[in-house]
Design a protein around this ligand. Structure first.
Ligand code: PMP
Length: 509
């Protein structure tokens, strides 16, 4: 019979002492797999305990996988998988899965790594984040909408939703798009997990490893690793003051037969350039002639606060060439992860099916709250407020750049809205890494230009985003940038060039 020592004065209940001791005997091999345990009646009699105590202990050992039990038969020790014992403070060698990653992922991940920049949150003048200022987020109004929809239809909203996304929100988006002259029905809109999620769906629909995607140079930095993770071959076309070079695009469309052309006609990230109507018309007709899908990233469509709006390319599309991407991230709440794709019904059907395959449905609660929020007029009110705030900040930035950035070091393009300003240090032999480091030491964080290029860039450049700083901070930050560039130039240039005059006229556009 088993040798178990029960301590009747201990705090630990008897059944638990039996479990602990039997487990130890199995772990140490005193009891081996297949060995029969005594019947509950025999063990109870032997230990002088109630039979239900043994039942409980055997039941728990079975639940923990130590023994097998069958009615009418004796319990037997199981052949149990025993993971290596945990030793405190010592980690086990884990399997190295990286060798099994696919080729696209390898490229995407190493690109992402190469794009890592130091986001010094402590930096006094932080021109990095391209996101709305959290201080102006209409949080209370959104909270009320969230409560309202939860009260009204919480049971439905906490279940799986329509994979197309919330109907009222799609109706609101369709009405907004009409204001930008895009006639789109709700069936031509799919709600997604932000524009990044929209891009991901499009890549899944179109891209096989080795397929070509045309991107602007520079382009939205986070699109590069995503495209590469799908194994796409990227062909970059330079962005000129009036947008992507379309003669070059025409040539590439003929020779490289791309599957997608990715473009940001408004406030291009990172250059801030907005293309003109004629550029948009030619871009569309080139893609239509070659039957190539044009991905129009309208990430800041509602952020035009200087001058008249130019019509989106999608507004002229009669053949379903354009896949228009919209998002609530840049004007409202990036954390909600709500964006959309507007395209032909057939394409939206395919994309919806793909979304269903990977994520079943949308985040119904967020979408319903956002639909209610927009339906109450908060979106339009917020856009007006955002325009006032960011116009003021952008004006301060442009004024300071004229005043403090020596003309011969920096070429600045004045954006017509959005958050970003691109500074290209043409004709100056300063190294971009050195500039970024010197600025950071002076308390200013900027986004290095290199991360926005697939290949190497021509000259040092960097991006400023004015979204998070007050006008006075922007002015001071830019004054420091001007001084730092001047100091660096003094260190690195021949004496003749030292007396650079401040930039007096309108910046180079
Ligand atoms: N496109 C561009 C040009 C962007 O700058 C960003 C975000 N920085 C996105 C798309 C992704 O936005 P979302 O939060 O909607 O995924």
């Amino acid at each position: 019979m088993l040798l178990l020592n029960l301590d009747r004065n201990a705090d630990e209940p008897l059944f638990s002492q039996i479990i602990t001791q039997l487990k130890k005997m199995i772990q140490k091999g005193v009891l081996v797999s297949g060995e029969e345990l005594p019947s509950s009646r025999a063990l109870a009699a032997h230990l002088g305990v109630n039979r239900t105590t043994i039942y409980r202990a055997y039941e728990e050992l079975w639940a923990q996988g130590y023994i097998d039990s069958h009615t009418g038969a004796r319990s037997v020790v199981r052949n149990r998988f025993s993971p290596p014992e945990e030793v405190e403070g010592q980690s086990h060698a884990t399997v190295d899965w990286s060798i099994q990653r696919n080729e696209g992922c390898n490229r995407g991940l190493s690109r992402l790594k190469s794009q890592e920049i130091v986001n010094d949150a402590a930096s006094k003048y932080n021109f990095l984040p391209l996101a709305p200022d959290p201080d102006f987020m209409p949080v209370q109004a959104f909270r009320k909408s969230l409560n309202f929809v939860l009260n009204r239809e919480g049971n439905t909203l906490l279940g799986y939703g329509d994979p197309h996304g919330n109907l009222s929100l799609r109706e609101f988006i369709a009405s907004q798009m009409r204001q930008h002259c895009m006639t789109i029905s709700v069936d031509e809109i799919l709600l997604t997990n932000g524009s990044q999620g929209s891009l991901d769906l499009l890549l899944r629909l179109f891209i096989e490893p080795g397929d070509t995607i045309v991107v602007e140079a520079p382009t939205y930095s986070a699109a590069i690793p995503l495209f590469e993770a799908y194994g796409a071959r990227l062909v970059s076309i330079g962005v000129e003051p009036d947008g992507m070079n379309l003669d070059r695009l025409e040539a590439v469309l003929k020779t490289d037969k791309p599957k997608l052309v990715y473009s940001m006609p408004n406030f291009q990230n990172p250059t801030g350039i907005t293309t003109c109507q004629a550029h948009r018309e030619r871009l569309l007709s080139l893609c239509a002639d070659h039957k190539v899908a044009l991905v129009e990233d309208g990430f800041e469509e509602d952020m035009k606060y200087f001058g008249k709006a130019v019509l989106p390319v999608k507004s002229m599309d009669r053949q379903g060439i354009v896949f228009y991407l919209g998002t609530f991230s840049k004007i409202l709440f990036p954390g909600l992860r709500v964006g959309w794709i507007a395209a032909s019904i057939a394409a939206i059907d395919d994309l919806t099916a793909l979304k269903k395959i990977s994520s079943i449905s949308s985040n119904s609660l967020n979408e319903a709250a956002l639909a209610h929020f927009c339906g109450q007029g908060h979106y339009e009110r917020h856009v007006k407020r955002a325009h006032r705030i960011y116009r003021r900040r952008m004006q301060a930035a442009l004024k300071a750049l004229r005043e403090y950035l020596p003309a011969e070091y920096g070429a600045v393009r004045e954006p017509r809205g959005g958050y970003t300003i691109w500074i290209e240090l043409k004709g100056c032999n300063l190294d971009e890494g050195g500039i970024i480091e010197a600025l950071s030491e002076a308390g200013v964080s900027v986004t290095p230009g290199r991360i926005s290029f697939v290949e190497t860039q021509e000259s040092a450049s960097f991006r400023l985003s004015i979204s998070m700083l007050e006008a006075v901070e922007i002015t001071e930050g830019i004054r420091i940038i001007g001084n730092t560039l001047r100091d660096l130039a003094i260190k690195h240039r021949p004496p003749a060039a030292l007396n650079a005059a401040p930039n007096s006229g309108k910046p180079d556009d």
